[in-house]
Unconditional design. Structure first.
Length: 279
């Protein structure tokens, strides 16, 4: 069976890619760039590709404006990968801005482009086993329909691995992903908790220039029934709301102390923060 590795650019999915390629060197490794990845993520994918021989296929979504057709793909590379947000913006011009009620960014920027890539290059995608980097300590996130949907979780089933073990592995490698835990691959992902957003607003306010642009250009597109626009962030908040809240005293998110109460700053609204494809 043809095997595909969905590489997110994080340390867990990259470790998964290394392990799968050791046993199955013909496995296809695909990285879908959303154009809003942290530069450190792109650097890490490029490094891991060369260091561990992953043979990564870099792709980006192509949005088809005004017609009923999901995003397809185009081939790119580390040097040519879009970094200005235009891939993401095109998707929002067709589908509106994402939020917890409209979780289409993963579908249109990762799922559908990967399917398109598999169709164009291998003639199929449904009978390709798609390997996802969810670990054994995240087993509650495994899709209950993974078997019928041909999804596989090597770090839960074949090589049971915890976050501690992932950290141990990369600590002993020449290089690891140079991001704080609360930053993640996507610069400003709306799924982050309020505490994480406020911490980032203080540290890297420029990351929010792009979602502010989305609010201006796309928030009116396909709003929820009974509303005239969509807001991106948890609690129906805007970028300006986040910046106002960041001026009030709050306990910032610290990598070395990742346990917080389920209070106002840490509410998830039942929405998981991760963005693995095909979940």
């Amino acid at each position: 069976m043809l095997e595909m590795i969905a590489l997110s650019g994080g340390e867990s999915s990259t470790y998964m890619a290394i392990k799968v390629k050791e046993k199955k060197p013909d496995a296809i490794c695909v990285f879908a760039n959303t154009s809003q990845e942290n530069e450190e993520t792109l650097d890490f994918v490029n490094y891991a590709d060369k260091e561990y021989g992953l043979n990564v296929a870099w792709i980006e979504a192509v949005t088809h404006l005004g017609i009923r057709k999901g995003c397809t793909h185009k081939i790119t590379s580390y040097s040519e990968a879009c970094r200005d947000g235009s891939v993401f913006l095109d998707m929002c011009k067709e589908y509106g801005v994402p939020n917890k009620h409209f979780i289409h960014c993963t579908r249109e920027l990762k799922d559908n482009p990967i399917k398109s890539y598999l169709r164009d290059n291998f003639g199929r995608w449904k009978n390709v086993r798609r390997n996802i980097g969810i670990r054994i300590d995240e087993i509650d996130r495994i899709s209950p329909t993974y078997k019928e949907n041909n999804i596989w979780y090597p770090l839960a089933f074949d090589y049971p691995t915890t976050k501690i073990e992932i950290n141990d592995f990369w600590r002993n490698q020449p290089r690891r992903l140079n991001l704080k835990q609360y930053q993640g691959n996507c610069k400003w992902c709306y799924k982050k908790t309020l505490r994480k957003h406020l911490t980032m607003v203080v540290e890297t306010p420029e990351y929010y220039d792009f979602p502010r642009k989305l609010e201006i250009e796309c928030s009116h597109i396909k709003p929820k029934e009974g509303e005239d626009k969509r807001n991106i962030f948890r609690g129906e908040r805007t970028v300006d709301d986040l910046f106002k809240l960041s001026l009030e005293p709050f306990d910032p998110f610290h990598d070395e102390a990742r346990v917080y109460s389920d209070g106002f700053l840490d509410e998830t609204d039942g929405c998981n923060e991760s963005c693995e494809p095909f979940q």
